[in-house]
Design a protein around this ligand. Sequence first.
Ligand code: AMP
Length: 393
Amino acid sequence: MKLIKELNIDNKKVIIRCDFNVPMKDGKIVDDTRIKGALETINYCLEKNCKIILLSHLGRVKEESDLEKNNLLPVANRLSELLNKPVLFCEKTRGQELDSLVKNMKEKDIVLIQNTRYEDLDGKKESGNDNELAKYWASLGDVFINDAFGTIHRAHASNVGIARCLPSAAGFLVEKEINALKILDNPERPYIVILGGAKVSDKIGVIENLVKKADKILIGGGMAFTFLKASGKEIGKSILDEENIDFCKSILENNQDKIILPIDCAVTTEYSEEEPYKLKDISDISKDEMGLDIGEKTTQLFKDILKNAGIVVWNGPLGVYEFEKYIKNTNEILKFLVENNIKTILGGGDIVAASEKLGYKEKIFHASTGGGATLEYLEGKKLPGLEALETSK
Ligand code: AMP
């Protein structure tokens, strides 16, 4: 993978694929973390006197009515505030207006092009990696920087397509994310994985791949109940992934020493914040109860295993972390990992959101910004955005 520092970008027109896919509500940005994540690369290009052309997607565009809510204009405004300089916004993804904006750019000018997925309305040109579209975007610049880790597992025109047409490299955010994940290719042992979250079905590929590589897999969250059911336990009304009971059975049979399941949990009779809960041993769950968090004994068991870890990868919260009561043990384990300086990679999505809510995100070794991309890496899949950088001009 070529890095931005290895590419001569001085005074050039640089196209940067950013991940500005920020959460929006009523046309306002709810969280600008992703915009801030792009600043290092943008500032570096400013130092090198580049003309900077930014591309990003925002949400999904399937029909006309998706256009307005996924307009990137608010991102241009926020970016301009953060950089303390104007960011020119082009309402269109191609055409005369964009061509002339780009043609008239001066050193250190920044242009943000409209949401790349506007092109999906006309035959999925962005998501289908349309060659003509990629060539057109590439024609606007001299070099290409991919700094959108969140879409690195996708082969779209704005990342893979452009990289095929121009000298290309990874931006600082992609470099940081990939370097953290690469540690897992040759992990310090014991390599311990914590898996939580709602369903087994979302993580089959991850489980199959990690069971070969990790030394222990600690399972919590909703998915633990399908494993517990597969091992013959009564799980009451806890979330169950019926179709995957056999899958869990075979994973358990073939990896008896590796898979660690909860021994107790917080149970209640209703999925709500208000209903009181009890701590129960796993064998004592009754038919009308559901488990919404791991219990204290399980937390202690997990800590005993984690204390010797060489590296920990964690995907998915151990309980219904959206409810204050059931975030407790996800919190306990995060705190333990931080206080004991245990090298930990949080694998994107909900566990990163939980770590942020609890104030641990900045203290952990690495909290990945791309949920889907990290999961695919953990599944052992190749990441097309990365491969395109490896094979570019
Ligand atoms: P995922 O996107 O697969 O990481 O799943 C995250 C979701 O799992 C969160 O919304 C949690 O509320 C949910 N979750 C965690 N533990 C449980 C549980 N015991 N029962 C039901 N849902 C859970």
